[in-house]
Design a protein around this ligand. Structure first.
Ligand SMILES: [Zn+2]
Ligand SMILES: [Zn+2]
Length: 113
């Protein structure tokens, strides 16, 4: 609990839009920004809900791309004839799996049905 240095009233922690906590006196207009470490004590919990994102079809991990098999296929973008490929099961079983290709030269990624 912090008290106002001017009127000795109780000061309340107010959270700003930028995430900093300011102590404000309830009695007079005195206010003071909290240091970061002491602000932790007044941490106002904010509920963050993670929305489950759709599984991305493009593999971002470069290392896993490098270990993937390559096949002879013409890149629609640069015309190179070698690309890594992988299969992805679509959510609807009747659609079967989709093959993705990624050009080893220009890294263009496309899918084949
Ligand atoms: Zn005061
Ligand atoms: Zn290419």
């Amino acid at each position: 609990m912090k008290f106002c240095p001017q009127c000795k009233s109780i000061m309340l922690p107010i959270k700003n839009e930028n995430g900093n906590v300011t102590l404000k006196c309830r009695n007079c207009s005195y206010s003071r920004d909290l240091e970061k470490d002491s602000a932790e004590k007044y941490k106002i919990t904010k509920e963050i809900k993670h929305t489950p994102r759709d599984k991305t079809t493009i593999i971002e991990d470069e290392d896993s791309v490098q270990t993937m098999p390559t096949t002879k296929v013409t890149c629609p973008k640069c015309g190179h004839n070698k690309a890594v490929y992988w299969q992805l099961q679509t959510r609807r079983a009747d659609e079967g799996s989709t093959i993705f290709y990624r050009c080893v030269k220009c890294r263009h990624t496309w899918r084949s049905y």
